[in-house]
Design a protein around this ligand. Structure first.
Ligand SMILES: [Zn+2]
Length: 268
């Protein structure tokens, strides 16, 4: 069975126990290139799910969340050097804020401009939706059981991306490690896929804490490295399209080059 590894990160972030610099990202991306992986986007994934398209023999997905400037520069440049492109999920609130006042000089600006996002698209990056204000979806489901607030968030996010980039996003990334049945219902109405984020073994679901593996219906015990069962870490034909995994780079699970290599080997 085809297993697709999928990584996630929020751009350059040199802080914390697992700092992500362009140099570190390149160490990992280079491993994928040496192992002959080819990056794919959500259009290819969708065709494959529907049985219509063939994937490259070793597919990988490089996912990114948030419209921060390093996506256009460091992240893009490292991926492009090895012939890869990414999938970027955009929460539009920071863009609304950026354009609500006079544009700061580039060295003080942390958020991408729409022009820079357009440049990513031109170089083959795929764009998805990630709400406006980035609410905790587990918490929001308790505050607004009707789903009205989230519906408005999704609508507004899509409208902003349509207005400035000319695209209607077809794919969604859930915010943080939060999920709810209400959110999934709303996401299903608008998008082809919903993607989750693996940073450990737990998730916030409908106001409770739950094992990630239970949320995605994968059997087996959590692993000694602090993550869910191996089978839960890859996209397969059996993956729930609205509960796709992604592996955070800035955690112990795949940060070290050896751990990253083992993750890719697990797909073969
Ligand atoms: Zn996010």
């Amino acid at each position: 069975m085809v297993r697709i590894p999928i990584t996630m990160c929020h751009g350059i972030n040199p802080n914390g126990d697992y700092p992500l610099t362009a140099e570190h990202l390149e160490k990992l991306v280079k491993i994928a290139a040496e192992m002959n992986f080819s990056s794919i986007n959500y259009d290819q994934l969708s065709q494959w799910f529907r049985g219509e398209g063939k994937l490259p023999s070793r597919p990988i997905m490089f996912d990114f969340d948030h419209p921060v400037k390093s996506m256009r520069y460091e992240m893009h440049d490292v991926l492009a050097k090895y012939g890869y492109s990414g999938n970027l999920f955009i929460n539009t609130g920071p863009l609304d804020e950026l354009y609500s006042k006079s544009m700061p000089p580039p060295h003080l600006r942390e958020i991408m401009t729409f022009d820079e996002i357009g440049q990513l698209m031109e170089s083959g990056w795929h764009i998805g939706a990630h709400t406006v204000t980035h609410p905790n979806l587990s918490q929001l489901s308790l505050e607004d059981p009707s789903g009205e607030k989230l519906r408005a968030e999704l609508e507004q996010c899509d409208e902003t991306l349509k207005k400035h980039l000319g695209i209607t996003p077809q794919d969604f990334a859930f915010t943080g490690t939060s999920w709810s049945q209400i959110a999934e219902r709303e996401v299903k109405r608008r998008y082809r896929f919903g993607r989750l984020w693996i940073v450990g073994t737990e998730y916030q679901v409908d106001g409770e804490t739950m094992r990630y593996a239970d949320l995605v219906g994968v059997d087996g015990l959590d692993e000694a490295d602090g993550g869910p069962p191996m089978a839960a870490r890859y996209i397969t034909k059996n993956s729930h399209p609205y509960r796709l995994p992604s592996m955070e780079i800035q955690r112990s699970l795949i940060y070290a080059p050896d751990a990253f290599r083992r993750y890719l080997e697990g797909a073969l």
